[in-house]
Design a protein around this ligand. Structure first.
Ligand SMILES: [Zn+2]
Length: 401
């Protein structure tokens, strides 16, 4: 078995090792060493990156037998190789992972919530807690304590115990592993079995922030960032905040009230605009009727309008209420919808019109005898459909009364 150097020293940057064997695989060459400082992907923590004899390592994984292999494009040339760990990436993982221990410990201590799973992601990391909900006050309590533990700068210890002795250690979560168990301690707060990489003292975690909570089927997913990632998050959010402050010429504390007020004004203006538009549409009804085509006792008013679907429905209603022997053939260009509506003095069954049109083309829509609607139309198909509707109305004008 490969000796895992990171078990004892997560800060070990470079090491020499003997090449045990190399195996050709689909994505490169698997290189097995007698010892390694590279962490293989496991337990929710991604694999380390780095170099073997200055050749970049593509991946570090455990095979089916639990042996660590390093995936490279070509194998090392000699029997002894020098490995160098990408420490910036490793230290970031150490910060996130240690932060996870602190959060998970507090969730159990304060509220009895166990951590079901942990994932160290690209942007944020997550723990899933076995609680259906978490209030803002509960989160605040955990976060305040977590950051206090960081400032106390307690030791993060690594110990090895035979599995038959761990019952006395009061681990946060029982483990079913056998043999020697690696136990990570957060001084004064937590002990848990873990094979990951951690910082030496809690102070190195820097700070923990929780950008969001996600409720999912009986559990709560806590998204968190520690150390460098927390600084990055603060920086990018602060940049946006300062832009908003500049745009609104308001202090950042007053931003929510200011934006709420502006939105309220906008909503009022929208309402006012709609009222004025409705007034205009109402005024345009006689003119539309005037331009209508007489077909026996009925008048057919057709128009392609640059108005919303709600607007053409309103216009159709106004038209047929005021002129009960009129058929409105009204297209909403932005919605791509054709509305055909008739007044109460006419006996036409417009669902028959839709049936008729369907015989020649695929038509999406339908409705009631006095009003039908067809959608999913572009400007060209709207114009041609209007012509077909007018032809049908012309042929059926005698049975309209
Ligand atoms: Zn851990």
């Amino acid at each position: 078995m490969t000796e895992r150097l990171y078990y004892e020293d997560a800060y070990l940057l470079s090491f020499t090792a003997e090449v045990i064997r190399c195996e050709q695989a689909a994505k490169g060459v698997r290189v097995y060493l007698d010892r390694t400082a590279f962490y293989p992907e496991s337990g929710g923590q991604p694999a380390d990156q780095g170099w073997l004899d200055e050749k970049p390592i593509r991946d570090v994984q455990e095979d089916d037998q639990g042996e660590i292999y390093h995936l490279l494009e070509t194998p090392p040339e000699g029997t002894v190789t020098t490995g160098v760990v990408d420490f910036e990436r490793r230290f970031d993982h150490m910060q996130q992972h240690t932060g996870q221990h602190i959060l998970s410990a507090l969730a159990v201590k304060q509220f009895g919530w166990q951590t079901i799973s942990f994932h160290l992601g690209q942007a944020t990391s997550t723990i899933d807690l076995d609680t259906p909900a978490m209030s803002a006050a509960e989160l605040e309590q955990i976060l305040a304590m977590a950051n206090r533990i960081i400032w106390q700068n307690g030791q993060v210890s690594v110990g090895f115990y035979p599995s038959n002795e761990i019952s006395g250690l009061d681990l946060r979560k029982p483990t079913d592993r056998t043999g020697m168990i690696r136990v990570i301690g957060i001084e004064g707060y937590d002990r848990s079995a873990c094979g990951g990489t951690h910082v030496r003292r809690t102070g190195e975690v820097g700070i923990i922030l929780v950008p969001r909570l996600e409720r999912m089927r009986g559990r709560v997913r806590v998204h968190f960032v520690c150390g460098g990632r927390a600084y990055q998050l603060w920086s990018s959010e602060h940049r946006v905040l300062m832009q908003l402050v500049e745009i609104t010429t308001t202090g950042y504390e007053e931003l929510p009230q200011k934006i709420e007020k502006e939105l309220q004004t906008l909503r009022q203006l929208d309402k006012e605009q709609l009222r004025l538009k409705m007034r205009l549409w109402e005024m345009s009804i006689p003119e539309l009727q005037e331009r209508g085509r007489k077909m026996g006792a009925m008048t057919v008013v057709s128009a392609e309008l640059d108005e919303s679907l709600d607007a053409i429905r309103f216009i159709g209603r106004q038209l047929t209420v005021r002129y009960p022997a009129t058929v409105g053939v009204l297209a909403s260009l932005p919605a791509g919808v054709l509305l055909v509506t008739r007044g109460p003095d006419l006996a036409l069954d417009l669902t028959r019109l839709v049936e008729h049109l369907r015989r020649h083309a695929t038509i999406k829509g339908g409705g009631r005898p006095e009003e039908v609607q067809m959608g999913g139309l572009d400007a060209r198909s709207l114009s041609s459909l209007i012509r077909q509707v007018i032809d049908w109305l012309d042929q059926n004008s005698s049975c309209a009364e």
